[in-house]
Design a protein around this ligand. Structure first.
Ligand SMILES: Nc1ncnc2c1ncn2[C@@H]1O[C@H](COP(=O)(O)OP(=O)(O)OP(=O)(O)O)[C@@H](O)[C@H]1O
Length: 579
């Protein structure tokens, strides 16, 4: 990706559709309140000078002072609230567009990026913008206005005293520039490490069984501690910089104040300066201390937000799948033809092909079993049919049409894929069965019928809440066989024209396996079905068997034919069927 510029940063904020009118209005009232505040010292001066002249309080002036204070407080509260609303809307919009973008990214993106890191961009990186929009921007504008107005009043009251402040200003800049640079570098590191911590936390939680079975608790703890410590160290470095710069800033501030008090005090004693003017001048100095020191904070936050949005922008720059572009056809019973298909996951290194020179015709309405050693390309072939990836060369046709001419939405809605894993979502059985079927919404009778056909109803009806039972994250509260049967029941409801099955591995016990097998057979009836078979016992009576080896088809036929003609298939049979 090209280097990230401020233009990209503001482009991203623009995409988040900030409520510009509300933002400008809030900044405006906040600025008015900041400007009005600069008049307070002048009222104070008049109040003191009038007391010095008349030896009594000017009640009108006192009331005006109190009224300005109260009004200012009300306006500040209102501006603060409105700016928070604008900021919250900006991050909500940014999260929504990033969320939608991630949902539409192709499978290949998720192969290359860690899920914890992607999640961190939606959750953490978007947060940084909130502070910027809700606080920093208006504070920055207020700071400029306060300094300008206070500066005007200061020069108006006493230009000699004001020069002391003007001379000291470059000293602040000398300190802020390197501090800002360092802070921006550290902020980027904080965001990167937070992403890393997210990745490790995801892994530690989702793979907890793996961790326990390998007694890798110690290793996992040290891994987490390493990232946490790194984050802490960056924080400490940041604190060191701030701690070093702060006393210098304070020292400069004190020097300014002492010089003004000393120089002004002498003028006051000589009668060249009124007590009111002197007090007003000192009040103005206190007014500008905050804004001057806040400049640094603003630029740090701006750099932080730039770093965070750079990571979000990278996601936005990825090309997404347009699922509605293309034709809509009915693919029932049409033949599928793979023509000279080769495929490599790695687009840069053409050497490692996962599929090579695949020429294959799948007859519509028939059942095919894919067999072959581990890593031979079975899942890849199915993934190309699902259009999770595009072939590196060659094309897949359905009837006479290239499958790419169909809209992804139309294509995938006619295909049912039951994989070995990642079949269920967190929620109830019903939510899982109706997943992606919001528009059709089958009735209760149809849902139960689908469960019965998938041999799932027999265990669902025994659950206390039946279809409304919660099954935990990824259905982990169910057995592997039960999960697969729910996934198959969902397919009965979806009623696809082509069914792609990744058969359960040996994780199922024989009784469960039998049920899953029956359910798979039933869902395949009357459809084009391609199933990956890990165990030959399930396919000996299959209509057609396709044997894959190192990404190439080395045999097609029935069990007996292949047993006689295919050496490796025969070896497979000897190993598996005899066992
Ligand atoms: N997402 C991926 N990125 C890069 N390479 C991959 C990816 N998925 C699979 N491969 C590689 O492609 C080849 C074929 O893998 P595939 O998963 O299709 O095999 P398989 O026959 O289904 O294996 P198994 O029976 O073990 O599930 C393997 O060499 C594998 O390392």
């Amino acid at each position: 990706m090209k280097s990230y510029k401020w233009k990209d940063f503001f482009g991203l904020i623009h995409k988040a559709k900030p409520n510009i009118i509300l933002f400008i209005f809030s900044c405006l009232i906040s600025s008015i309140s900041a400007i009005v505040a600069t008049f307070i010292p002048s009222l104070l001066k008049r109040f003191i000078d009038s007391y010095a002249a008349n030896e009594r309080f000017d009640n009108k002036l006192l009331l005006s002072l109190i009224a300005i204070f109260i009004l200012n407080a009300i306006v500040s509260v209102l501006a603060g609230y409105l700016l928070s609303v604008v900021g919250l809307k900006v991050i909500a919009n940014l999260r929504k567009i990033t969320w939608s973008k991630i949902v539409k990214l192709p499978v290949a993106y998720f192969d290359k990026h860690e899920s914890g890191d992607i999640a961190s961009r939606v959750v953490n990186d978007t947060n940084v913008l909130y502070t910027l929009v809700s606080n920093s921007f208006s504070q920055f504008i207020n700071a400029i206005l306060t300094i300008l107005f206070c500066g005007f009043w200061m020069f108006y009251y006493d230009w000699k005293l004001s020069l002391i402040v003007v001379i000291a200003l470059p000293l602040f800049l000398i300190l802020f520039i390197p501090l800002g640079r360092k802070m921006s570098k550290l902020s980027k590191e904080v965001q990167k490490s937070t992403g890393e911590l997210n990745v490790n936390a995801f892994e530690m939680i989702s793979e907890n069984k793996l961790v326990k079975s390998f007694t890798a608790e110690g290793e996992q703890i040290s891994k987490g501690v390493r990232v946490i410590d790194h984050l802490k160290n960056i924080g400490v470095q940041r604190a060191k910089w701030i701690a070093t710069v702060n006393p210098i800033l304070n020292l400069i501030m004190m020097m300014i104040i002492f010089s003004i008090v000393g120089f002004g005090g002498v003028q006051l004693a000589n009668g060249n300066l009124s007590a009111g003017t002197f007090m007003a001048f000192l009040t103005l100095i206190f007014y500008i201390i905050g804004p001057i020191t806040n400049f640094g904070v603003f630029f740090t936050q701006l750099q932080q937000a730039k770093g965070a949005t750079e990571r979000i922008s990278k996601i936005h720059a990825e090309s997404e799948e347009n699922i509605h572009e293309g034709n809509i056809f009915d693919i029932t019973d049409k033949d599928i033809e793979f023509k000279d298909i080769s495929f490599s996951y790695n687009t840069e290194r053409e050497s490692s092909f996962s599929l090579q020179n695949i020429n294959l015709v799948i007859k519509g309405g028939h059942t095919y079993a894919l067999v072959g050693p581990s890593g031979s390309g079975k899942t890849t072939l199915i993934s190309l049919l699902e259009r999770f990836y595009k072939p590196t060369s060659g094309s897949i046709y359905i009837g006479k049409e290239n499958i790419e001419s169909y809209s992804l939405n139309s294509w995938r809605s006619q295909i049912g894929y039951v994989s070995q894993e990642h079949t269920l979502i967190n929620g109830t059985i019903r939510e899982n069965l109706l997943f992606g079927l919001e528009d059709e919404c089958p009735n209760e009778e149809k849902i139960i019928q689908a469960c019965q056909m998938a041999y799932a109803w027999e265990f669902i009806e025994k659950l206390p809440f039946k279809l409304d039972s919660h099954i935990g994250e990824r259905g982990l509260e169910l057995s592997g066989g039960q999960r697969q049967r729910i996934a198959i029941a969902r397919m009965f409801l979806k009623d696809p024209k082509i069914i792609l099955l990744d058969e359960a591995t040996s994780s199922l016990d024989s009784q469960s396996e039998e049920k899953v097998k029956l359910a798979m057979r039933k869902i395949s009836e009357g459809r084009t079905a391609i199933s990956i078979a890990h165990r030959l016992s399930t396919i000996v009576d299959a209509e057609n068997i396709i044997f894959l080896e190192n990404g190439e088809i080395t045999g097609i036929g029935k069990h007996v034919e292949l047993q006689q003609t295919h050496r490796l298939y025969n070896q497979f049979c000897e190993q598996q069927l005899q066992a």
